[in-house]
Design a protein around this ligand. Sequence first.
Ligand code: ADP
Ligand code: MG
Length: 249
Amino acid sequence: MMLHVENLQKTFDGFAAVSDAQLEVEKGEVVAVIGPNGAGKTTLFNLITGQLKADGGSIIFKDENLACMTPYEICRRGISRSFQIVNIFSRLTVFENVRVAVMSYNKRTFNLFSRAKDIDVSETGDILKSVGLFEKAGRISGSLSHGDQKVLEMAVALGNRPEFLILDEPTAGMSPEETRNALELMKLLSRDRGITILFCEHDMELVFSVANRIMVMQHGRTIIQGEPEVVRKDRQVQEAYLGGPDELF
Ligand code: ADP
Ligand code: MG
């Protein structure tokens, strides 16, 4: 098991945003977290990446408990993320945004004196090619379409060479075409780069076409985690999340 979250809890001023989250992710899987707005998905991701500290429970990643680590320490263990709200340097170019991430990874990984700056540049180019933004490398990031900005955020996350990528609503606000591209990109990262992906998403078509397994949250709790077909047929899921049988699937 690569990631094992057990009985995770987070309370804000007495309100339990996450009260009992359970999650298992195996290496190489693409796992979706679904659930209505306010279910606690973003809070769960913030707990895993250390932006928030848990009040209880455990987050075991490759045999270490992340619950007591800083975001920096967690990032160094190979976990990167994108945010629900686009989080890039909008006045830097596309190239510069990714290069900052690549440089910071390389700086801490390799001896400063033994490496050439060319490495950063060629790696940045490779990442931009793999996400389809190479032609827009010189553009000011803030001038990109919303969809391209979301993809750029993924590219920045890749600069850290993550083993484990967390995407919070990667296709929110995207056009149907941008959504299809983002879906292809997720498949490519999983298949070609072997990156394990955890994401949350409202677009059920996307969820069911890319996820190996799905975890369903409601009111801060995990109600089920299983293979897509099992989740699709689950009565509790249909009633609780989908507002009755046949509502959404
Ligand atoms: P989701 O991502 O599933 O929509 P969130 O994790 O963002 O849900 O939020 C879960 C619940 O916790 C919501 O009711 C939200 O209002 C509340 N919440 C999230 N962050 C905070 C915070 N920093 N302070 C107070 N309440 C919060
Ligand atoms: Mg959210």
